[in-house]
Design a protein around this ligand. Structure first.
Ligand code: ZN
Length: 244
């Protein structure tokens, strides 16, 4: 079984339950479970026996967890969490965040990363801007915070089918206002594109390159093997994410 298979609600719950209990209480719980062989375990006891979820330890594992989540979402079978699971998850995120991955995605309303990767709040650190670009120091700074402080293991630069921002850049549109700044930022990276789909892929690759060049912090973490930057495209009709 893959290391990530146990990443279900039952396994996740135990981590949070154990994290919330002092050692003395855990010892008491262990004794009490040994003394109660006659009675069937409660749902809560079953959860506690399930074992802690393996938090992705490497960049590849983090990406694997995201892709497995996308497969669940695309097949219409997202993870089901009951009320008790959600309560303990809420307790955990109230105490802080430990996102295992980051997504730099387009602002498009159909691209909510937590949904399309089937993750819970607190799992993914997200920066979004039309065209999934990171031109500004503030966007790059947010990504650096996610890696350096929150210890996210991977960054997925996520483009998507039918991206209006990339389409505008491909067609050399002149929308004016501040929208123009978005279009102009995308244009250099898609030079030579044959159609909008090609431009979407080129834009993702250009943004991956840009992040590496513009952030010595993220590039250094990647070189050290602690972090990975990858590109992907989300196909809206099928809900599937394709790595590029
Ligand atoms: Zn878009």
């Amino acid at each position: 079984m893959n290391d990530h298979e146990p990443r279900n609600s039952a396994h996740r719950s135990r981590r949070f339950i154990l994290g919330a209990l002092p050692a003395v209480a855990l010892a008491a719980a262990a004794c009490s479970s040994m003394d109660s062989k006659e009675s069937p375990p409660s749902a809560e006891e079953v959860r506690q026996e399930a074992g802690p979820p393996p938090r992705p330890a490497t960049p590849d594992e983090a990406i694997d967890v995201l892709m497995k989540g996308n497969a669940r979402f695309a097949s219409g079978k997202p993870e089901i969490r009951d009320t008790a699971d959600i309560e303990v998850l809420w307790t955990e995120i109230s105490n802080g965040q430990q996102p295992f991955a980051m997504v730099l995605g387009c602002a498009d309303s159909r691209l909510a990363p937590e949904l399309i990767f089937d993750q819970f709040v607190g799992d993914v650190f997200v920066v979004r801007e039309a065209g999934n670009i990171a031109e500004s120091p503030t966007n790059l700074g947010s990504l650096e915070f996610g890696q350096a402080v929150l210890k996210a293991k991977a960054l997925v630069v996520l483009g998507h089918s039918g991206c209006g921002a990339v389409k505008a850049a491909f067609e050399k549109a002149t929308p004016g206002g501040n929208i123009q700044a978005v279009v102009d930022a995308i244009k250099p990276g898609i030079a030579g594109a044959t159609d909008v789909d090609d431009a979407i892929v080129r834009n993702v690759k250009a943004v991956v390159d840009h992040v590496r060049k513009a952030s010595t912090l993220l590039a250094g973490a990647e070189e050290a093997g602690d972090f990975k930057i990858v590109g992907a495209v989300y196909d809206i009709p099928t809900a599937e994410v394709r790595m590029i």
